[in-house]
Design a protein around this ligand. Structure first.
Ligand code: ARG
Length: 604
């Protein structure tokens, strides 16, 4: 109902200007127009409400009810308003309650039934060239030779969902994996590799490192304890930067090995993402320094080249610098991010030509991004009408509120975490099948528990307000009751069940004769019509948990309707009308699950 809401707001604005706000009050008008009408705070008040008469009463020093009376009279004369609204009712001290006409709602429902996006309009935001805007989502981004941990899992799940929402709205979306594949740590890794294979890396492709994380630990230990190893590692960094063949080959081997492990996780989670690691921006780092220098932003501080940040101070109260180039000439994580940001906004073919960049990482990097964005702003690298957003999220904790660990106190591997969820989903499923005396084949059991197990992990993550920490509990996320993936999947299965029992041919399900009478039908209709607004709001605040909350409410509304309203044993027109509502609920649910990266099930 996004479009109706906009139309209505516009008509209210016009009427307000014509009838109440005199020219000398123009300034006040600008303030009031922001929240001219809102969604009704309670269902019984109607669809929307307008509270501005109370504000106007202060401006004009008149009784708010009196003002409301005059305003409503004028509003009723507006053609658009009388077309859309059933009645405008003055309530309490001077609120106006707005109820839409039933036929308007039915027309909307019909159009959403036909719409493949269940009523979500394509965005009409265009870039300067007239094409849809280009959005970069920088997410997942694990580091080579290091563990991909639960933080990366959160980033992967949240980033994927945000990307999907923009794709649905018709934006051009570039999903980027900013993998940590460059830096001094490769010096020690390559040196260790050379030591192990006695510097003979001829058949490098055949070298297998079973556990890269372990390999990293051993290398780090040697680096910290052996001066001679440290020395060779530093030399190795220089060789790598100079592009020496053997070093590059060893570096690639290490990257490939990690990539295999990351890809395994992406395969299980069904994530599409393009790898463009830190190393890609290596050739641009020097020009970042030069450009900042040219713009007189660089200051030398104890040998390092820095930009001092406004409004950021260290513990001692001194201004905080962002180090762009270290004393030894090396660059930082932040330098790479500056080069990446610049490249992404640059015009093609020297860049991505993006309009918006969204970074999904844990909250711990909030200061890093604030600093990077500030420097980019100062250097004028963020073009007009373009924006950057950091999407921070909290920690994943065990049910004890502490860091998530295995029973033995080890950090949990992502692979194992996903397998555990699927295993638990399978146990629940087998119990349920037993209880219902159902017989299903192995393929059904395998697939159903996989979809539920993976879906539950994703949903548990997405349904939280991402900013807070959340407690990871298999028991909660796999429950059939509550705001969980199994509950939503179960509702969808119910809808598929109704569809299977329906014997009316699709061709005979004419939309023209649909009509509604039951209170629970209208409740469901109103819920269904809010879908587009939820999606559009996420585009602004990047909070996918809004979609989860909406889906939970939609399913509850639907299940109440399903439990109390007869669908199949009623006369034909009513039956078709109700079946169509089921169909639209199913479509909205399936589409939304897809936006959350969760597969659907016909039966479970
Ligand atoms: N590799 C980083 C990490 O593991 C995340 C990178 C996020 N993206 C970025 N452009 N800095 O913490």
């Amino acid at each position: 109902m996004h479009v109706i809401f906009k139309k209505l707001t516009k008509s209210f604005e016009e009427t307000l200007l014509e009838s109440l706000i005199k020219h000398e009050k123009k300034e006040e008008f600008e303030k009031i127009r922001k929240n001219l009408i809102n969604h009704a705070s309670k269902e019984e008040f109607g669809d929307y409400q307008c509270n501005i008469c109370l504000v106007l009463s202060k401006i004009y020093k008149r009784n708010p009810r009196e003002i409301a009376n005059t305003f409503v009279k004028k509003l009723k004369e507006n053609k658009n308003i009388s077309y859309l609204c059933e009645n405008l009712e003055i309530a309490g001290p001077g609120f106006i309650n707005i109820k839409l006409k039933n036929n308007i709602l039915i027309e909307e429902i019909k159009s959403n039934i036909k719409c493949p996006r269940a009523g979500v309009p394509l965005s009409n935001e265009k870039s300067k060239s007239g094409f849809p805007k280009k959005i970069i989502v920088d997410f997942s981004s694990p580091n080579i030779a290091k563990e991909m941990h639960v933080g990366h899992l959160r980033s992967t799940i949240i980033g994927d969902s945000i990307a999907k929402i923009f794709e649905l709205r018709g934006y051009i979306v570039l999903r980027l994996n900013h993998i940590g594949d460059w830096g001094t740590q490769f010096g020690m890794l390559i040196t260790q590799l050379k030591d192990l294979y006695s510097n003979d890396l001829k058949e490098i492709d055949k070298i297998k490192i079973s556990d890269l994380v372990e390999f990293y630990k051993v290398s780090k230990k040697r680096f910290d304890n052996e001066i001679e190893f440290q020395y060779r590692s530093r030399e190795e960094v220089v060789k790598l930067q100079n592009g020496e063949k053997k070093s590059i080959k060893a570096w690639k081997l290490l990257c490939n090995q990690s990539r295999k492990e990351f890809d395994e996780i992406y395969r299980r989670l069904n994530i599409k993402i393009k790898e463009r690691g830190e190393s890609f921006y290596n050739p641009f780092l020097k020009s970042i320094v030069n450009d900042l220098n040219y713009k007189k932003l660089l200051i030398e501080d104890q040998g390092a080249k820095c930009v001092f940040l406004d409004g950021m101070i260290n513990k001692e109260g001194n201004p905080l610098p962002l180090i762009i180039q270290k004393k030894d000439g090396g660059f930082n994580y932040a330098t790479t991010d500056l080069a990446a940001l610049k490249y992404r906004f640059n015009k093609e073919p020297y860049g991505d030509n993006a309009n918006r960049i969204i970074y999904v990482t844990d909250h711990g990097q909030a200061n890093h991004f604030a600093a990077v964005f500030q420097v980019a702003q100062k250097a004028n690298w963020i073009p007009e009408n373009c924006e950057v957003n950091h999407v921070p999220f909290g920690l994943v904790q065990g049910i004890d509120g502490k860091k998530l660990k295995t029973r033995e106190g080890e950090t949990i591997k992502l692979k194992d975490l996903l397998s555990e969820s699927v295993k638990k989903a399978k146990e629940d499923l087998i119990k349920r099948l037993d209880h219902e005396s159902r017989n299903e084949n192995d393929e059904f059991i395998l697939n159903t528990s996989r979809v539920i197990g993976i879906g539950a992990v994703k949903y548990a993550d997405l349904s939280q307000n991402r900013i807070t920490n959340y407690q990871f509990s298999f028991e909660k996320m796999l429950s059939l009751n509550g705001n969980t993936a199994p509950y939503l999947l179960y509702t969808l299965v119910r809808i598929s069940g109704i569809k299977r029992k329906n014997n009316i041919k699709e061709d005979n399900m004419n939309l023209e004769s649909i009509s509604f009478s039951h209170d629970l039908e209208w409740k469901l209709i109103r819920k269904l019509l809010k879908f587009d607004e939820v999606i559009i709001s996420i585009e602004k605040d990047l909070m996918p948990n809004r979609l989860c909350n909406y889906l939970f409410e939609l399913c509850q509304t639907f299940n109440r309707f399903y439990d109390q309203v007869s669908i199949l044993k009623v006369e034909i027109d009513t039956k078709i009308s109700r079946l169509k509502l089921c169909e639209l609920t199913g479509k909205t649910l399936k589409l939304s699950l897809d936006l959350l990266g969760i597969e659907s099930l016909e039966r479970m």
